[in-house]
Unconditional design. Structure first.
Length: 214
């Protein structure tokens, strides 16, 4: 599967509705929505009220990436705000099993995110609970960072783990994705690519999304 989830972190926040409508008319599959708390990551982005507005204008499923400590506290809130897919960081959950069940019970697809230094083998006992696993290919917190090359090997390891334990689980990659590394990531086994700057800083975002899926 070759899917693209553009990250709204790189959109024009003063013209969010315009940018979402542009994405509605593109071949993108999901909208990637980055929520940051200033504690788990150094940056603060936005919370549920903004997600609710994004939902109002979007015709695509919302892929909400929570970069917040103890995300289990906010599962229902983000469901109510319009999240379709909710991903939580392995590093931010004490009781990951419980949080993944809570996300599914609330009616969303559930995903775990691994930071670049967190090993894929730690998912051995939780991947079967996941609809997707998101591998960070930068340290989370900011758009526009440089892609970490070790990600290819992590995608291959995760593909092997999914084949063994969770064949339906999707593999998503987030951070520094562009038109050059996208084909290599799909070949390594990724299903969904998040792209912020590569889409929004390009001259023709709709065409860039199209090319990324080729
Ligand atoms: C980073 C966020 C990413 C970011 C990606 O912490 O999780 O989703 O917006 O932006 P680019 O594609 O510009 O690296
Ligand atoms: Zn993200």
């Amino acid at each position: 599967m070759r899917m693209v989830s553009p990250s709204l972190l790189s959109a024009d926040f003063g013209n969010l509705q315009r940018d979402i409508e542009m994405l509605n008319g593109s071949e993108c599959d999901w909208l990637h929505v980055d929520v940051m708390d200033g504690i788990f990551v150094p940056n603060i982005s936005f919370g549920q009220p903004v997600v609710r507005h994004i939902k109002k204008h979007s015709q695509k499923p919302l892929d909400v990436h929570l970069m917040i400590m103890d995300p289990g506290r906010y599962v229902q809130d983000f469901r109510d705000a319009g999240a379709d897919i909710l991903t939580v960081h392995y590093e931010a959950c004490t009781h990951l099993d419980r949080v993944l069940h809570a996300i599914k019970d609330a009616g969303m697809k559930a995903g775990v995110v691994l930071n670049p230094a967190t090993s894929v083998c730690l998912l051995e006992d939780s991947v079967q609970l996941c609809d997707l696993v998101l591998l960070m290919s930068v340290n989370p917190g900011f758009g526009g960072q440089k892609f970490i090359e070790n990600t290819y090997s992590k995608v291959r390891q995760l593909r092997e783990l999914c084949n063994r334990k969770a064949p339906l689980c999707l593999i998503e990659v987030d951070g520094g994705v562009n038109l050059q590394n996208a084909p290599l990531l799909y070949e390594a086994g990724a299903d969904v690519l998040v792209a912020g700057n590569a889409v929004f800083k390009s001259d023709d975002p709709v065409a860039t999304i199209h090319q990324m899926k080729l």
